[in-house]
Design a protein around this ligand. Structure first.
Ligand code: MEV
Length: 315
């Protein structure tokens, strides 16, 4: 029998969708990158009691009494234990995170990834990428309703992807000398509701909304070419066009619109929401560090609660 005197650890990073959110649910491509500036750490350790104890920002106590809000995490734990053929007892799971929750950075998928990794590490079992992805997607179905699988792919992986639902992962080299300025509106996004609302809009206006989704997909394809040609000006223009479509799809918010305008006024080549929208984070693009800092200052001035500057491409 395996002696469980050690501790299991698991880590996951946040993610940024550069282009293609929402349309990716309908089979259009998306470009996304892991965002290691924010991460989740999970730790599993043995306890004497015959319960599973949880310790995270939202809740401390027995798993059996965890709030509804944590159903995706509970699913990740239960499904992992089923695969591991281990009983639901005898350990404590502690989670610490710098991924802002419900801000479009993939926090729900990242929590699942870190937890699954920590459980497999604790029970000293190898974890195949395919198993990690499958378990994370099961948890994501609870969190998001109808996930494209992009968040699970990004938070469990380490390279940027040109992602198409149900297709093998295609790594993309971000051959672009540019900076991303990422800013948090401080407002909780509502990915599940936003995804459901786009589905309802598509059902009521199939032609008009269907066209917008295809246009978003085309913008992603053009963005891929802009990246390959190291043309941030073109990419910025596509980001602005994508943002306008996301507004039309009702997934932006007044706070995002305000910050997008502030970024563009401060000289961004383009700016758009990232992730599910209705709050959460946005990304803006600049070619130099000083331009990025100027945009960052404008975003803070306009109300962004947290900002990051991320250098893409050549370091
Ligand atoms: C959420 O991070 C991205 C969405 O496209 C939903 C999904 O892909 O599952 C809005």
């Amino acid at each position: 029998m395996t002696k469980l005197d050690s501790v299991g650890y698991g880590v996951a990073t946040g993610k940024i969708i550069l282009m293609g959110e929402h349309a990716v649910v309908y089979g259009e491509p998306a470009i996304a990158l892991p965002f290691p500036a924010v991460r989740i750490n999970a730790k599993v350790e043995k306890i004497a009691q015959s319960i599973v104890e949880l310790d995270c920002y939202f809740y401390q106590g027995p798993l059996t009494e965890a709030p509804q809000q944590l159903t995706n995490l509970i699913t990740a734990i239960k499904e992992s234990l089923a695969v591991l053929q281990q009983p639901q007892q005898g350990f404590k799971l502690s989670i610490t995170s710098t991924v802002p929750a419900e801000r479009g950075m993939g926090s729900s998928a990242a929590v699942a990834v870190a937890t699954i990794r920590a459980l497999f590490s604790y029970f000293k079992q190898p974890l195949a990428d395919s198993v990690l992805l499958e378990l994370t997607n099961q948890a994501e179905k609870i969190a998001h309703g109808n996930p494209s699988g992009l968040d699970a792919a990004m938070t469990s992986g380490s390279v940027p992807l040109y992602y198409v639902k149900n297709q093998p992962f295609a790594p993309i080299s971000l051959n672009l000398k540019a900076y991303l300025i990422v800013a948090d509106t401080g407002i909780t996004g509502q990915t599940k509701k936003a995804v459901a609302d786009v589905a309802a809009l598509l059902e009521s206006h199939p032609q008009e909304i269907g066209d917008k989704i295809v246009t978003l997909g085309n913008l992603v394809k053009q963005s891929k070419h802009a990246i390959e040609k190291n043309n941030p000006v073109l990419l910025g223009g596509y980001m602005n066009q994508a943002q306008q479509i996301l507004v039309d799809l009702t997934v932006s918010s007044p706070e995002i619109d305000l910050l997008v305008a502030a970024a563009n006024q401060a000289g961004a080549l383009g700016a758009k929401l990232t992730g599910g929208g209705r709050g959460g984070c946005l990304v803006a693009l600049a070619t130099t560090k000083s331009a990025a800092e100027q945009i960052e200052a404008a975003l803070i001035e306009a109300g962004a609660t947290i900002t990051w500057i991320y250098q893409i491409g050549e370091k």
